[in-house]
Design a protein around this ligand. Structure first.
Ligand SMILES: [Zn+2]
Length: 159
């Protein structure tokens, strides 16, 4: 399905005429109709064993529709660290240039440094669009079986 063109600039990406033309304020110069999407939470309910390291889990998109993530929320029975990867680009969502000690993951994020709750969710500085699965690698720090609920808040897009 072709992406609908911006109804304001008619896909021209700007409005007005030179020398007073400006970037279309509705589509931001993309020429494409803004897709407000449908409010949605992508959720994961996953249990890992005590002291489990790097257990893979994933959230699959609904009907292969892109998902614009805005909020990060989670609850768990124990503390954990994790990595989060965009399956379409293999982009890891965290990390830097720090050198990891032997046996640790370079891009691991502590639960408390990323997720909020529904009452006070972590809001991404800019929304991030996932076009495929969201991949997680989960490591338990609690020493007990750990049930982890992750909810990525945002909107399902059309295409
Ligand atoms: Zn426009």
């Amino acid at each position: 399905m072709a992406e609908p063109i911006c109804s304001v600039c008619k896909g021209q990406k700007y409005i007005g005429t030179a020398p007073n033309a400006q970037v279309c304020p509705v589509c931001g110069g993309t020429g494409k109709e803004f897709d407000a999407g449908v409010t949605w939470d992508l959720t994961l309910d996953f249990t890992i064993n005590a002291n489990a390291v790097g257990v893979g889990a994933q959230i699959t998109l609904i009907d292969n529709r892109p998902f614009r993530m805005v909020y990060a929320k989670a609850s768990s029975t124990g503390v954990f660290t994790f990595t989060m990867t965009d399956a379409s680009s293999q982009r890891n969502m965290f990390g830097g240039l720090s050198t990891a000690a032997a046996g640790t993951q370079t891009a691991a994020m502590h639960r408390d440094n990323f997720f909020g709750t529904a009452q006070l969710p972590y809001r991404l500085v800019t929304p991030y669009v996932f076009n495929k699965q969201v991949l997680f690698s989960l490591t338990d720090l609690s020493g007990a079986q750990n049930r982890i609920f992750i909810a990525l808040g945002g909107v399902l897009l059309s295409q």
